[in-house]
Design a protein around this ligand. Structure first.
Ligand SMILES: [Zn+2]
Length: 165
């Protein structure tokens, strides 16, 4: 009778593997997380400069008028490289969301966060953290109305979140 290796045989019952994984997890907990500096692409630079002015601007195709996010060098619909930049309202509704229980947040002594995909009034969907809910994640709903909130980190960097409208 043939003997099949199952996932349990190969990993779950292996003492060596279990010891190794415990050791690796322990190492990860002790590591300090390093910040990775932002390195924006050329296509994203106008978008990031807009954030510094507390404006949400998105590229719009000069040929087919498609507004898109994330910023790209060409239109994702017709591949034209003729793009204009349009100031958007920063208002929309939650299209979908997830609650992020990333262990890194625990290490940094931060609560779980809500990451939302927001459908802007202008059409495109944009992902961002949800703020202004005082850690009451139970109130977050699909179709909830939200608005953009800008947060200046330093002279070079402004980020955004979404908060209930
Ligand atoms: Zn286009």
């Amino acid at each position: 009778m043939p003997r099949y290796h199952t996932k349990s045989d190969m990993f779950g019952t292996s003492k060596y593997y279990r010891e190794l994984s415990i050791e690796m997890a322990s190492d990860r907990r002790n590591q300090e997380f390093q910040e990775v500096p932002l390195q924006p692409t050329i296509a994203a630079t106008p978008f990031l400069d807009g954030l510094k002015r507390r404006e949400l601007i998105l590229p719009r195709c000069a040929l087919c008028a498609e507004l898109h996010y994330y910023p790209q060098a060409t239109c994702p619909r017709c591949f034209s490289s003729e793009l204009d930049w349009v100031v958007c309202s920063g208002r929309g509704r939650i299209y979908s969301f997830v609650i992020d229980y990333n262990p890194r947040l625990v290490v940094q002594d931060q609560p779980p966060r809500v990451i939302a995909i927001v459908e802007l009034q202008e059409g495109p969907r944009i992902m961002g953290n949800l703020s202004g809910i005082a850690n009451d994640r139970s109130k977050v709903r699909v179709d909830m109305l939200v608005r953009i909130v800008f947060e200046k980190l330093d002279d070079e960097t402004t980020i955004f979140t979404f908060a209930p409208a």
